[in-house]
Ligand binder design. Structure first.
Ligand code: GRF
Length: 203
């Protein structure tokens, strides 16, 4: 399966997927990395692996529609089967999603539906949670609310800061995302690619 990954920042999740996908038996290939930031650190990481990159700066476009239209047109060049959002900090409209319905994955650093949006680690700590974690879900036009494909859990330890918790969760994000992409691309997630069936808890 051909995958285009979307980043806005450091791209550590994209890098984890790209490294996993380099294995000959991995059922997906990262064919391009798209970013909405020209200075996203992940762009250099992708280029170092020989993966083509494209940047689409919102300020270069008169509207969100025009920005999304350019990205959709560029996507057609790469013929992706799947899109993987990986630290991509922009909401996709229903019109953008429609041609890729059910084929856009996202990684979010909380146990959704708890803590959608930003600053998830501080919010989990403030709420007195004893566990946190990350979620891979299918993307719909809402924010962090599409069908959940898989989750990984980490403990919140006494004295944890948002940074120490983020670091613990990030390790699990990388492990979870590469496993879910492999399963989704191979159609081996429970229930194949039918999101209604494919909820699994990964140990
Ligand atoms: C990660 O926690 C990711 O879940 C969130 O941003 C953080 C950095 O992601 N969206 P990455 O290193 O850019 O993949």
């Amino acid at each position: 399966k051909r995958v285009v990954a979307f980043i806005s920042g450091g791209g550590s999740n994209m890098l984890a997927l790209a490294k996993a996908a380099a294995a000959p038996d991995f059922p997906a290939e990262i064919v391009a990395v798209f970013s909405d930031k020209a200075d996203a650190g992940g762009l250099a990481k992708a280029e170092a692996l020989g993966i083509p990159t494209r940047s689409f700066l919102r300020k270069d476009f008169a509207s969100k529609d025009a920005h999304e239209a350019e990205i959709l047109a560029a996507l057609a060049d790469y013929r992706p089967d799947l899109l993987c959002l990986a630290g991509y900090m922009r909401l996709l409209s229903a019109d953008f999603i429609r041609p890729y319905e059910g084929r856009i994955l996202n990684i979010h650093p909380s146990l959704l539906p708890l803590f959608p949006g930003l600053h998830t680690h501080q919010r989990a700590i403030n709420a007195g949670m004893r566990v946190s974690g990350c979620t891979v879900h299918l993307v719909n036009a809402g924010m962090d609310e599409g069908p959940i494909l898989a989750q990984a859990v980490v403990p919140i330890l006494d004295g944890d800061t948002a940074d120490s918790l983020a670091a613990r969760v990030l390790v699990q994000e990388h492990a979870l995302y590469r496993r879910v992409l492999a399963g989704f691309a191979a159609g081996t997630l429970p229930g194949g690619t039918d999101p209604a069936q494919s909820v699994l808890s990964l140990g």
